[in-house]
Design a protein around this ligand. Structure first.
Ligand SMILES: [Zn+2]
Length: 329
């Protein structure tokens, strides 16, 4: 059992566990964090976590110990019960959501400091600062996320598991515009668009989630479905509010279910590329949607265009509206 306990504590450092339960601590020294005690009522922080020794001590109530001790005290459990509730299957997966939320916030702070990132957004036709803020768009310059998050007490293991760091410990996103993908309250994944020569599209490991910003559009009787987030962003900027994005042409099961949850019209606005892959995907999806009683219409952009390039190259809301009206089943 002793070995199991050690393995468990390696897997879940005390500070990670506390953060997972919404504890906020501030660095007090190189290896210490201080915050309000979760075990007694207080208004001035006296609860210290030592990350090197992986233990806590509260100067207010005098309690202290390791992770297991903390679980015993906070949840009024026996030692054995505490161990049981710390087994991997009982550790909520949304913890990685909090570290992704932190990463997304950090990337968002970086955006304004990198002219190359802003000029890339510009080049993709995205200029409205309010929309950029609303979508929480950020920039990953590369090489500084690890330092930022470890300084906040996140363990190296967790950062690697979340995919924010590569196996060699360097930042996974390097010179990428970052869009956080929210799954409900939490950030469930990040999408990174390279502004350099690297492979254009990247997600962190794990599910890309449902349709982008679905909560905002699900009540519209007609929705516009696009492939990419830059398509989404320019349409929003042009005043179309009933837009959502599948993050690719292949819809996962959740996304398909969302589109079919009530009777509605779906305007499929996929890329019209030379190799026809976007249109091929749109055609297949049209059939699948029809089978579920959903009216699907295919919006025919000019040859070689996606919604983003359509607007970037001078298309306007009026012209796009005409394309919507001309869309055929
Ligand atoms: Zn206390």
């Amino acid at each position: 059992m002793g070995e199991d306990v050690e393995a468990l504590k390696r897997r879940m450092p005390l500070l990670d566990y506390l953060r997972q339960h919404n504890w906020t601590g501030h660095p007090a020294s190189r290896s210490e964090f201080v915050g309000l005690c979760p075990l007694h009522e207080e208004t001035r922080p006296s609860f210290y976590v030592n990350t090197r020794k992986d233990v806590f001590y509260c100067h207010g109530c005098g309690q202290g110990g390791d992770l297991i001790r903390f679980v015993q005290l906070s949840r009024h459990l026996s030692f054995r019960q505490s161990l049981a509730c710390l087994t991997p299957q009982n550790i909520p997966s949304d913890y990685s959501g909090t570290v992704l939320t932190q990463a997304a916030a950090f990337y968002q702070q970086q955006l304004d400091h990198y002219p190359e990132a802003l000029s890339y957004l510009n080049q993709r036709g995205l200029v409205d600062p309010i929309l950029i803020k609303e979508l929480e768009i950020g920039y990953a310059p590369g090489g500084c996320l690890r330092r930022h998050l470890t300084a906040q007490g996140y363990s190296f293991d967790l950062l690697r598991q979340s995919g924010l760091l590569n196996v060699n410990g360097s930042d996974a996103f390097y010179q990428r515009i970052v869009f956080p993908l929210r799954h409900g309250e939490h950030v469930g994944n990040l999408y990174g668009r390279s502004i350099g020569a690297a492979f254009a599209h990247r997600f962190l490991p794990g599910n890309k989630g449902g349709l982008y910003a679905w909560e905002k559009v699900r009540h519209y009787p007609a929705v516009i479905l696009v492939e990419g987030l830059f398509d989404y962003a320019v349409l929003r900027q042009a005043g179309f509010h009933n837009v959502t994005c599948a993050l690719g042409t292949h819809l996962n099961a959740d996304q398909f279910r969302q589109l079919c949850d009530v009777a509605r019209t779906v305007y499929l606005t996929f890329d019209v590329d030379a190799n026809q892959s976007g249109q091929h995907a749109a055609e297949q999806l049209t059939h699948r949607l029809y089978a579920k009683g959903i009216a699907a219409r295919r919006v025919m952009l000019p040859e070689g265009h996606d919604p983003n390039s359509f607007f970037v190259q001078g298309g306007d809301a009026h012209q796009f509206q005409s394309l919507l009206e001309a869309a055929q089943p």
